[in-house]
Design a protein around this ligand. Sequence first.
Ligand code: ADP
Ligand code: ZN
Ligand code: ZN
Length: 737
Amino acid sequence: MNSTAKYYQIAVPSPLRRSFDYLPPVGHSKPLLPGVRVRVPFGRRQVVGVVIGHSGSSEVAASKLKAIAEVLDDQPLLSPTLFELFLWAARYYQHPIGEALLNTLPVLLRKGEPLPDNREQFWCLTTRGKGLPADGLKRAPRQQQLLTLLQQRGSANRLLLDAEGISRESLRSLLKKELVESAYRDPVVSEQPEENLLSEAPLSLYAGQQAVIEQIELHGYHSYLLDGETGSGKTEIYLQVIEKALRYGRQALVLVPEISLTPQTVKRFQQRFNRPLAVMHSGLTDRERLHAWEMARTGQAPIVIGTRSAVFTPLQNPGVIIVDEEHDSSFKQHEGFRYHARDLAVVRAHREQVPVILGSATPALESLHNCAAGRYQKLLLKGRPGAAKAPSWQVLDIRKKNLSAGFSNELVTAIGAELAAGNQALVFLNRRGFSPALMCHDCGWSADCHRCDLPMTVHRGDRKLWCHHCDLQARIPSQCPNCFSSQLQYLGQGTERGELELETLFPQFPVLRVDRDTTRRKASMQEVVQTVNNGEPCVLVGTQILAKGHHFPDVTLVAILDADGGLFSADFRAAEKMGQLITQVAGRAGRGDKPGRVILQTHCSDHPLIQQLTERGYPYFAQQLLSERRVADMPPYSYMALLRAEASNSTDVQTFLQQARAAAEALQPPTSNCRYLGPLPAPMEKRSGRYRYQLSLTFERRPQLQQLLSQWSVQLENLPGAKKVRWSLDVDPQDMV
Ligand code: ADP
Ligand code: ZN
Ligand code: ZN
């Protein structure tokens, strides 16, 4: 044991923002390296923790300390680089290290299971077997076949036996005769990474792609923003960059927003490479997740593809990190350890000294700003492969127009014309359910959720009212509970109502609804994609799920039913998100040889943001938003943290946040560069019966904010009001709800 290591600091799954000291395990003389799992007594339980470090002294008297009960790993689970990334991220996002580490590990490791033994089983001849002549088993031809194979190859694994068509019975017979024995070896990570690497030929790049690929430097750290519209061929660039990395024996880590919605992306990777792919997403069983994790860690899977948390996957030999759809808000974790996977991907790439490529058709303002500041290199991909052209835009002002379930006459005519011409149309409507509110025409009563004080969404198919904020469900009343009138009206429209309206308008064409309600029920996204790809005329109606990753080559008209939500919102990012969403949805249209068009219904056709987006496109729109943010000193021109608190009593919440603000101001008095705002009610002030308030900190300099947060977060735990509320700290918050 290290002579100074009298105490080990152990991270345990606890909300307290510190590690805990333990004495070395009894009778264990080897020093424990950071990243090794241990079992320790904690309160009345035993928990699995991770060694953070050691020291010669402790603030707690040695007589009060307990010893580590059990050491679970011989070797640290994580490389020093990845381990330090965890430490860095826990500090940066102000999250307790124990929770950050343990909640990110595969569940089975968190529970203390040993690493899976994924050594490979193989079979070879015993001494007796080796003594046989070449045709020693010729009376049993199948056994002879196995004998010949082992005589020629020396050994064989399951794959080889299956490939040669050797049955398990023949193997069992030779094992029984003690002619063959089984053994285990470490998995062979291919020593010739180039051999049979591809299972299909790469596409030959068009000039724009070629120019981009030539700029990507694969040795050392470089950060790139690959900016190219939907369908411009970004994925093909990822595939070819990954190929290069694999050719010199490195691994690729690919982060994507949502795997269940974009199975095609994974399929393209599988089709291209003749190598195991470790796919990490929330649909895996615990066992499958651990297996994929271990394949990545040992290097057996040279390509790792996963959602947000995959940024923490250990890699034997990292070569490149790719973040697809880098603007997507799902990369930010919205509870607990609130990290941003895109930002961590960049930090990780820097620490691993590998390149990182962030790709999007609608880059986040943060990323565009990082390009302008010289932190990322921008790679502009111009054009689309083949004949495909970008769609044209039409803004349809619906002020004073008659709308039927949200559709103007002009829009209905346009959809009808496309269908009649044998084309497909897509209607985007960012609300699921039938209608977002139910109101009494006679007295004005509305069906609100009593726990959130907000209207409940009507789901007519399921005959219920459903609060989308707290999940409360109720039956749709047949008369007004206030005045007993039967004049109940649906206000606004959701996808279910859009579907019904379209079915009524165009009974001879299929209407396909795509939202969280339909995709949850079956593997229906796959079915929808198949139906649409057979090219027959149809109408798709759905939520933002339609904006993600799918190619609908025969869709020639995209209709956006209502673009106004993003223009009037308490969230300063709402306009950016609206612009991204509309551009992404629009990008689904007009591929292949048919040109596409987009019709956008709005009450504000003269709003500058609508005009910039539709007339000048997303890049110009984004520049305008950036200059607005600069004037207002908002991110990315400043750095923000949000302290959220909630409780069933609204005074408790406000009191706590006032105490918190006073504590922060004592550490850093407000100046024009360090601004405090709040306590203010959250945009959704009441949710699930709890009142929600927030306090925002906007600092001009990130290090100054970080310094304040590290002292403040410890104080918050001890504020007198802290016990009465549930609070959380969000660094670089992505939404204000
Ligand atoms: P993005 O990721 O930017 O949306 P993709 O890489 O998915 O774009 O490409 C869009 C479509 O164009 C895909 O069907 C892809 O197979 C095809 N494609 C991409 N690059 C080429 C190329 N160089 N030659 C021919 N087809 C291409
Ligand atoms: Zn009424
Ligand atoms: Zn509710």
